[in-house]
Design a protein around this ligand. Structure first.
Ligand code: BGC
Length: 919
């Protein structure tokens, strides 16, 4: 009797509901079975559409992102797809549930752009309208719509869907994307009023800094749409945007901007001032939007009502989030409620300085005559706190709700451990991803920026690919990156390139062009994106290579390099300890190496040879230039070693020595983080891979300023831009660039998933994983789960008695190579749940007694001894004095407290000595 198997099918990841924005949707299917070591040897896919059912037989194990095995779908075509799978041991599975599929792609574009014809105020939204008559026997109505701006369409006052900020931000003009919405249910027989609210959005926002802000695309929004009505008798009618539409700028939304916020006067619900719309031809045919839609994904209620020292009413939502507020209010007509937003409080009031030019104020003027519910439509804010002014009567916090909005991606990855602060750090990473994956991957969601900074997503993409199914989202953004690249291959700082920075490529930022597609290939098995991006990838490497001299070193160009190194002064974030040219050339090596590997995967042997050879020569040049005779790096900084080890530049001989030097530098710094954007995602792996997992663990679990956990101890609920966006005294960092919601430094979460819990992808799309967990001191357990196309993978461990129990769940059709701690060789296992108990690694005994003459590194390695020193210093110097001293001491293998404390007030050394003796 064969074991029961069942199959579930997943459509292309940018797809929500049945509408797919491609004619050839990729299919994935997961098999559930309790058969051990189950591997598919074949599958059948059935497509049932008008004209009957077709079946395709596929040989082999492929089940993730499988190419559409039928002819491309026709516009509007519908049907269902189902799959059954075969394995020798279990025979054929039953067919999966049928999954409905409908093609949301249309050909050509018969509609015009329409806009208000008059000269108008900046950021003043418009309303467009058209009467649509529907004959009897309508079979289906699909609305294909795009905007230079953001829009929502309604039929007889009912919004066509629950999406926000449509159609999102792309390289407008060259790549306008349309959404396809099924509006059949709203269009019964008769005449209907189709209306569209259209606002500036990203299109008519002013971008730039320091007085250079300006319109990049245009100052007024425009809209274009095709409403395709298909009748049961087979006739098709198209209602298109043209000069017969009417438009007014006297609607209720007075103004709306991404940075400024939205002002609404509800008394203007029935606007006058209608004039014929100005129509202009569409020169670039819009393309289907493949990035998932933006939606409200969660609602939060205030956790506290705060009366500020200045007398204002502030609501605390308990979580720094991205979205807007919905209010329910009842009061006299003409009353205006004002909502201000901020991420943190400073001196008890909203800290607005970090928002810079983004005023982030929403205003609602009541229509009166009964309860009114309102949410701004075309803006979003990054906030935890909201100040409410002008509320009629007593404010009931239940009348204000925070709506969390972002691109609605499937959550796929989770992590948890025995360490409360570490788990909160991970949660903060998740929130920062949610807040900054809103149509494009942004640096931050609150100030006058919110741009697609390439460096930030370059370091964060592996983490993002674990937490959510971000394949379609990032793949869509990469199309814009390629469009924004200069003809000779340079990549801008931000995509879409509203800073017009494309000519000045910089290392680590421009490498988003190579490393993000490579990540999507490794994490999702997305070969299509890799193939599509390959020309862009190689052009970036060619451009970097063109910046080098004969010596193959990339020197003397502008670089952000190890941006936001914690010792860089607040107003000079690029002043890192690691040499910028060393970092730049290391990225040339890394990207050339990745392009060579990608070429290999794509079967382009000549390119594989060319870039492999380039990588080898750059590596030689780098080693020659930057490694000293004794094997140190000429730039003796943690990021430099992390790059050398992490990118695989250093040869095996010198690798261990470099790892040892890196560990020593980390210990000297007292396990306080010393890296910026470049070194931070690499350092924990570099330590672990060279045998210093213990040091990586202490670095990870340290909670002193600066560290990953310091913000958590300060109440952070998202990842901060700076290690100390908030200083220890609760004031906001004086740097003019201080956000509390920046995912870049959260790239460490990838280490938590892959190394601490031990769930690392080993073959594209997680068909194979490598489990090599780290039972770090300070943790009693850790666990990660990931939903790949194949099903749920899990790896985790917990301490039991003297040992560590390892648990690994392998979904059908995949394998795991497991390194059981203490075992000589790894084991490879197939589907099922597997457990091992391994002896815990013996913790090093450490120093038995301490004094002011003990090497400082030994004191720092002992939590008790270090705690004793800290307490003694607080008693003698006060909190601030103790904290300053502990930060500046060098916790090296040779120095002692007595030697380093020469300039301390009398008595301090003795007090510390007494405290150490008592340990
Ligand atoms: C952004 C970044 C970005 C950086 C580059 C900042 O203004 O917020 O995160 O990568 O500039 O210099």
């Amino acid at each position: 009797m064969p074991t029961a198997t069942s199959v579930s099918v997943l459509l292309e990841s940018g797809t929500f509901g049945e509408i797919v924005m491609t004619r050839t949707p990729r299919l994935s299917w997961a098999t559930a079975t309790d058969a051990a070591d189950w591997e598919q040897d074949g599958a059948e896919v059935e497509w049932d559409s008008t004209g009957g059912a077709l079946i395709r037989e596929l040989a082999g194990p492929s089940a993730a992102a499988v190419a559409w095995p039928f002819s491309p779908l026709a516009t509007g075509q519908r049907g269902t797809v189902r799959v059954r799978v075969h394995a020798k041991a279990t025979g054929w599975s039953p067919w999966s549930e049928p999954v409905p599929v409908r093609c949301g792609v249309t050909d050509g574009w018969s509609a015009a752009w329409i806009a208000h014809p008059g000269a108008r105020a900046e950021q003043c939204p418009v309303r467009l309208r058209q009467a649509v008559s529907v004959r009897p026997k309508l079979r289906s109505a699909l609305l294909y719509a795009t905007a230079h701006g953001v829009y929502q369409a309604s039929v007889d006052g009912i919004p066509v869907d629950d999406e926000r900020m449509k159609p999102g931000w792309t390289h407008y003009g060259d790549r306008d994307t349309y959404a396809c919405t099924d509006v059949t249910a709203l269009l019964t027989e008769g005449t209907h009023a189709v209306a569209v609210d259209l606002a500036a959005g990203w299109y008519a926002e002013k971008f730039g800094f320091n007085g250079l802000e300006r319109y990049i695309y245009g100052s007024q929004p425009a809209f274009s749409a095709v409403l395709r009505l298909e009748y049961k008798d087979g006739t098709v009618e198209e209602v298109v945007t043209d000069g017969t539409w009417d438009v007014t700028d006297e609607g209720p939304i007075l103004s709306s901007g991404i940075y400024a916020g939205e002002q609404v006067d509800a008394r203007r619900r029935e606007p006058g001032g209608w004039v014929p719309a100005a129509a202009s031809p569409v020169t670039h045919v819009p393309v289907p939007r493949t990035s998932p839609p933006v939606r409200v994904t969660e609602e939060l209620s205030p956790v506290e009502v705060i009366r500020t020292p200045g007398g204002a009413t502030v609501l605390d939502f308990g979580q720094n989030l991205v979205g807007r507020l919905r209010i329910s209010v009842d009061g006299p007509a003409g009353t205006t409620v004002t909502l201000r937003h901020a991420e943190v409080l400073e001196h008890g009031e909203l800290a607005l300085r970090p928002l810079r030019r983004a005023t982030a104020i929403d205003r609602y003027t009541l229509a009166g005559g009964g309860p009114e519910t309102w949410e701004p439509q075309f803006t979003f804010h990054g906030f935890r706190y909201a100040q409410v002014d002008g509320w009629p009567g007593e404010l009931d916090p239940a009348d204000v709700t925070a709506l969390v909005i972002h691109s609605d991606m499937r959550r796929t990855g989770a992590f948890e451990s025995s360490h409360g602060l570490l788990d909160r750090l991970h949660e903060n990473v998740v929130w920062s991803m949610r807040g900054n994956f809103l149509s494009i991957p942004t640096d931050c969601p609150q100030r006058d920026e919110r741009l697609g900074w390439t460096g930030d997503i370059q370091v964060f993409a592996p983490t993002a690919s674990f937490l959510h199914d971000s394949d379609a989202f990032l793949s869509s953004w990469l199309e814009d990156l390629a469009l924004d690249q200069t003809s000779d291959g340079s990549v801008p700082f931000v995509v879409p390139d509203v800073l017009e920075s494309a000519a000045i490529g910089t290392a680590a930022w421009g490498d988003a062009s190579t490393l993000v597609p490579w990540t999507l290939y490794q994490r999702f098995g997305d070969l299509d994106t890799l193939a599509r991006q390959f020309p862009s990838m190689r052009r970036w490497v060619d451009w970097m290579a063109s910046r080098t001299g004969e010596n193959l070193l990339w020197e003397d160009d502008f670089q952000f390099a190890d941006w936001l190194d914690p010792t860089a002064p607040p107003d000079r974030p690029a002043d890192a300890k690691a040499d910028k040219d060393l970092v730049a050339t290391a990225h040339l090596f890394r990207s050339a190496d990745v392009v060579a590997q990608a070429a290999g995967v794509l079967g382009d042997d000549a390119a594989a040879q060319h870039y492999g050879d380039l990588a080898a020569r750059v590596r030689e040049a780098w080693l020659r230039q930057y490694v000293t005779a004794s094997g140190r790096l000429m730039s003796d900084a943690q990021t430099a070693y992390a790059v050398a080890i992490g990118f695989g530049i250093v040869d095996d001989e010198r690798r261990d020595a470099m790892g040892a030097r890196l560990a020593e530098l980390v210990e000297r710094a007292g396990y306080r983080i010393s890296t910026g954007f470049v070194g931070t995602p690499l350092i924990a792996d570099a330590l672990t891979d060279t045998g210093h997992a213990d040091v990586a663990g202490r670095l990870l679990l340290n909670d002193e300023n600066p560290s990953w956990l310091y913000p958590v101890t300060m109440g952070a609920t998202t990842i901060w831009e700076r290690w100390d966006s908030m200083l220890e005294d609760g004031s906001v960092n004086p740097g003019e660039m201080t956000s509390f919601n920046h995912y870049a430094l959260g790239a460490i979460a990838d280490f938590l998933h892959r190394r601490v819990a031990g769930l690392a992808p080993a073959a594209p799309g997680y068909r194979e994983v490598e489990v090599r967990p780290l039972a770090l001191d300070g943790l009693d357990r850790a666990r990660a789960t990931f939903e790949s196309a194949y099903g749920t993978h899990e790896a985790g461990w917990e301490r039991v008695g003297e040992g560590v129990r390892l648990r690994v769940v392998v979904p059908p059709n995949t394998r795991a190579t497991v390194h059981v701690p203490g075992a000589d060789a790894p084991v490879t296992v197939g589907s099922g749940t597997h457990e091992w108990v391994a002896p815990a690694t013996v913790r090093t005994g450490g120093t038995a007694s301490f004094s002011v003459d003990t090497p400082l590194v030994e004191i720092r390695r002992s939590d008790v001894a270090y705690g004793a020193v800290r307490e003694a210093l607080i008693a003698m110097l006060g909190r601030e004095g103790a904290s300053d001293l502990l930060r500046t001491l060098e916790w090296g293998p040779r120095g002692t407290f007595r030697m380093q404390a020469l300039l301390l007030p009398p008595g301090v050394v003795d007090a510390v000595d007494r405290a150490l003796a008592a340990v």
